[in-house]
Design a binder for this molecule. Structure first.
Ligand code: NAP
Ligand code: GLV
Ligand code: GLV
Length: 320
């Protein structure tokens, strides 16, 4: 019997590719860029399984190109790039990579908290520009972190991991979530509050919901007006959860003190004005970007494909 065929839409760590090669004929996009939607349509022809990225649009039209495809395995935990209903209608499996990237992403959220509150990137630019001539009492004054209030929006795996780190800094935790998380409350003394109360009371507001219809522009003009003028907003979730134009306005008008961003509304484009502001720290969507974590993600995505193409339900199926 001929081997099944798998397509990988972008080079990922070898551990995942090697695992797939034990069972299947594997073709990998070797280009140093993602494929266009049209290119992807061509490439999936004749394949049985696809390992894809968060930047690949997996919709019903694409699924109809090759009915043989049994699974699209996302190399990410977020799956707003995939049409879950369309896949269910077609009996196609979709999968993601939950859990193994929680700590890496929570660490990055914290890196942004530190960088923003303590003005690290401004300080780095200052030193490199040769401006550091003497110690100064008022140079680059930031904001305290220890003992402050941390507001978590979306207290799932990553949101809770960010809150736990906050406990080590003696922070008071507030959270807003679709459902209440009693175990989390017991563990961290987190208080479940309405969104508006969280926005008004938090010194740091960190976003961790998935991107859905309900969370699109969850943070916009009205929400920035409720925040303290010393508040810091951290977004490692998805860009469109924040209205980026409203964010620019809030940062420019000093309605909030700063922001730390890993994701953008029209990724990979970044609002030009954001790049001109000093009170924002910008990262290029690197929440899970450590060697260890990306290797685990590659293996997990491969395992999902291996299960599906052996007639089993993939362990991280999101279409049940
Ligand atoms: P998760 O465990 O599913 O957590 C998501 C949380 O958001 C859940 O607690 C969920 O509530 C809550 N939620 C969903 N819709 C909501 C709404 N409308 N209002 C309030 N709360 C809502 O997911 P995770 O693993 O923590 O990942 C979260 C997101 O982070 C991913 O979807 C992805 O977009 C993003 N992410 C980004 C990076 C990066 O590189 N920057 C890396 C990894 C993940 P319930 O418990 O009630 O369902
Ligand atoms: C990254 O953004 C992910 O969702 O895994
Ligand atoms: C600062 O360097 C101090 O010693 O307080």
């Amino acid at each position: 019997m001929s081997r099944k065929k798998v397509y990988v839409t972008r080079m990922i760590p070898n551990e995942g590719i090697d695992k797939l090669r034990k069972f299947f004929d594997v073709e990998v996009n070797e280009l140093d860029r993602e494929l266009t939607y049209q290119e992807l349509k061509e490439k999936i022809k004749g394949k049985d399984g696809i390992l894809c990225l968060l930047s690949d649009t997996i919709d019903g039209e694409l699924m109809d190109v090759e009915p043989k495809v049994k699974i699209f395995a996302n190399y990410a935990v977020g799956y707003n790039n995939m049409d879950v209903e369309a896949a269910k209608e077609r009996n196609i499996y979709l999968s993601n990579t939950p859990g193994i990237l929680t700590d890496a992403t929570a660490d990055l959220a914290w890196a942004l908290i530190f960088a923003t509150a303590r003005r690290l990137t401004e300080g780095d630019r200052y030193v490199r520009a040769g401006k550091f001539k003497r110690w100064s009492p008022k140079l680059l004054l930031g904001r305290d972190i220890t003992g402050k209030t941390l507001g978590i929006i979306g207290a799932g795996r990553i949101g809770q991991a960010v809150a736990r780190r906050g406990k080590a800094f003696n922070m008071q935790i507030l959270y807003y979530n679709r459902s209440r998380k009693k175990d989390f409350e017991v563990e961290t003394d987190a208080q479940y509050v309405p969104l508006e109360e969280l926005l008004g009371k938090s010194d740091f507001i960190s976003l961790h919901t998935p991107l859905t219809k309900e969370t699109t522009h969850l943070i916009s003009d009205k929400e920035f007006k409720v925040m303290k003028d010393t508040a810091i907003l951290i977004n490692t979730a998805r860009g469109p959860v924040v209205d980026e134009k409203a964010l620019v306005k809030a940062l420019k008008n000093k309605e909030i003190w700063g922001a730390g961003l890993d994701v953008y509304e029209n990724e990979p484009q970044v609002e030009e004005e954001l790049k001109t502001l000093d009170n924002v720290v910008l990262c290029p969507h690197i929440g899970s970007a450590t060697y260890e974590t990306r290797m685990k993600m590659a293996v997990m995505a491969a395992d999902n494909i291996i299960a599906a193409l052996h007639g089993k339900v993939p362990p991280n199926c999101i279409t049940l």
